[in-house]
Design a protein around this ligand. Structure first.
Ligand SMILES: NC(=O)c1ccc[n+]([C@@H]2O[C@H](COP(=O)([O-])OP(=O)(O)OC[C@H]3O[C@@H](n4cnc5c(N)ncnc54)[C@H](O)[C@@H]3O)[C@@H](O)[C@H]2O)c1
Length: 281
């Protein structure tokens, strides 16, 4: 592939696929772009392009793509693009809806079915040393679904995922907050369940659970949830995390320094989950 003057191309670098060009996704893409070419995908193609342009101005080699992770054709196109770019080294699935989206089915589709479709489409391209990192949430650590729900979550790519979960929960319990927590429980399960498949080719899959992180989406969720405001008050470090602190953890998990870490979750929450288990009097 020959280059275009004025446009950075770094064929010498491995490819990182970052799904989500919102607050955290952009911070992750910016970090990964220091050591990777980046394929940056988002349902909002304009947002992906704007972030790619901004990173390119810093000398990064970024390829934007409009991709709805709940659309199997769009995910197949993502996979073809990744293949055309020579396969990938790091996949970071960041995109997700908060409870502010206020739609039980859509939250489950974007936060769980989407990553399941993306991981299934990209795993055949994984090579030794590759890794997949699924951005989950602290919410997954404080929610204990029933065995019947766990069973449904074990098939996250099912087209009727949300209906099946609602059927088990009952309509009165099918709230956006429950969809959010369950979607993230499903991601933790997915990393554990799929570690063997990824391991067969020498690749890894992990989830990463951020606590309260200062992002525009995170700020919106405070308006919808008094519980979230109460949690803020209990965070041992007395602040939200910065997006750069999530990028730090992603960078580590994607690196060879994490070469024996697979099938598990990394909680990056400033100690909040621990503090909730040991309330101060
Ligand atoms: N902000 C926090 O405090 C916090 C805490 C825990 C976990 N998280 C998780 O971190 C992730 C990112 O959060 P954020 O604050 O950066 O969110 P954000 O809203 O800024 O970004 C999410 C991005 O996902 C994209 N998106 C939505 N639907 C999509 C689809 N169907 N296909 C592809 N892209 C789609 C949106 O266009 C947006 O750019 C989410 O998964 C969220 O659940 C956030």
């Amino acid at each position: 592939m020959s280059g275009v003057p004025g446009r950075t191309r770094r064929p010498d670098l491995p490819l990182a696929i970052v799904i989500g060009a919102g607050g955290m996704g952009s911070a992750v893409a910016r970090r990964m772009a220091q050591t990777h070419r980046v394929l940056l995908a988002d349902i909002d193609g304009e947002a992906a392009r704007a972030q790619a342009d901004s990173l390119a101005r810093d000398g990064a080699d970024v390829h934007p793509l409009a991709c709805d992770v709940t659309d199997t054709d769009a995910v197949a196109a993502l996979s073809r693009m990744a293949e055309g770019l020579g396969g990938f080294r790091s996949l970071v699935h960041v995109a997700g809806l908060s409870i502010a989206a206020d739609d039980f089915a859509r939250i489950l589709a974007v936060n769980l079915r989407g990553p399941a479709l993306v991981a299934a489409a990209l795993r055949p391209l994984a090579r030794p040393g590759a890794s997949a990192i699924l951005i989950a949430s602290l919410a997954a650590h404080s929610f204990r679904p029933s065995p019947a729900v766990i069973e449904v979550l074990a098939m996250p790519a099912a087209p009727d995922l949300a209906d099946r979960i609602a059927g088990v929960l009952g309509a009165e319990n099918a709230t956006p907050a429950t969809a959010y927590a369950l979607s993230k429980v499903g991601l933790l399960q997915m990393a554990r369940r799929e570690a063997a498949d990824w391991g067969r080719v020498g690749a890894r899959i992990v989830s990463l659970s951020p606590g309260l992180i200062a992002t525009p989406m995170g700020a919106l969720a405070y308006e919808k949830s008094a519980g979230k405001r109460a949690m803020f008050a209990q965070t041992p470090l007395s602040r939200e995390g910065a997006m750069s602190e999530i990028a730090d953890a992603v960078e580590f998990l994607a690196s060879d320094r994490a070469s024996f870490i697979s099938g598990t979750d990394l909680l990056v929450d400033g100690g909040l989950s621990a503090a909730l288990g040991y309330p101060q009097g």
